[in-house]
Design a protein around this ligand. Structure first.
Ligand code: OAD
Length: 255
């Protein structure tokens, strides 16, 4: 329920942090990871596709799987949830947007300075020199090679067992402890270190608003308000309630 305490916290906040996961892009047709039946990890094994060992063992399989995901991302459009977060940036004095997603849909909705904790599937880098490169010609079953050193190219994403980009993680942790409200949207909260960010906020006394159709583990914790439902419906309604006069007209009012 969106009550006065919640609307007041958001209206008075000078710095809002938003942490998103796969759920924010679900309504754009991008599958989440752990939803039953449709989640990627319900259908594929992460160990076979999203680890450095998997890439060393079968680079073609990993490359092709990411190429398939990349095509889905390219064909997708940002949804009202992404657009509401973009709109929020113009309604609060400061917004830090941190995402675990690699799909770039926040940026395509207009958001700027997005902290990407797990990289971006639309970028390619050299697997040897870790340099971002333009993707050369490739073919099914084998990644393209780096024009400079000849090593295989790989998607610029974080695989299991790899460290997160240090600067991104530092920025996210700083914002989590310094913000006035943390909005957590569409993440199961199972993958660390991103999953630790709400704990950083709660330890600093920051109120947390969770938007998720499911009762994820963060839902029951002290200092956490859970708005149950899909982000594309809940976030526009939340903005319309908190800023009835200045929320963009495209956002529907809550019934
Ligand atoms: P998960 O698939 O683990 O969780 C997605 C969350 O989104 C669940 O809590 C769903 O209930 C929720 N959800 C589904 N539809 C939604 C909607 N329309 N609106 C809001 N929420 C919705 O995805 P993440 O938590 O993002 O990492 O997964 C974290 C990381 O695990 C990913 O970044 C990825 C994955 O393995 C790597 O690949 C390194």
């Amino acid at each position: 329920m969106i009550d006065a305490a919640l609307t007041g916290a958001l209206r008075e906040a000078r710095h809002v942090m938003v942490l998103t996961g796969a759920g924010i892009s679900a309504e754009s047709g991008i599958p989440t990871f752990r939803d039953a039946l449709t989640g990627l990890w319900s259908r594929y094994r992460a160990e076979d596709l999203a680890t450095p060992e998997a890439f060393a063992r079968d680079p073609g399989l990993v490359w092709d799987w990411y190429a398939w995901r990349r095509e889905r991302v390219r064909a997708a459009q940002p949804n009202p949830g992404h657009r509401a977060i973009h709109a929020l940036a113009s309604l609060v004095p400061r917004l830090t947007l941190v995402t675990q997603n690699v799909d770039g849909l926040h940026q395509r909705a207009g958001s700027r300075n997005v902290i990407e904790l797990h990289g971006n599937i639309l970028r390619t880098r050299c697997s040897h020199e870790d340099r971002i490169v333009e993707e050369g010609p490739g073919g099914t079953g084998r990644p393209p090679r780096c024009a400079d050193c000849g090593a295989f190219l790989r998607p610029d994403v974080v695989w299991f067992g790899e460290p997160l980009p240090a600067e991104a993680l530092r920025g996210a942790a700083e914002a989590a402890s310094a913000c006035d409200v943390l909005l957590v949207v569409g993440t199961s909260g199972l993958v660390y270190p991103a999953a630790g960010l709400p704990g950083v906020a709660r330890a600093a006394g920051v109120p947390v608003i969770l938007v998720d159709p499911q009762a994820v583990s963060l839902a029951g914790q002290t200092g956490v308000r859970h708005l149950v439902g899909p982000a594309g419906r809940v976030l526009p309604a939340l903005l319309a309630r908190v800023w009835p006069d200045s929320a963009p007209p495209a956002l529907p009012a809550i019934s």
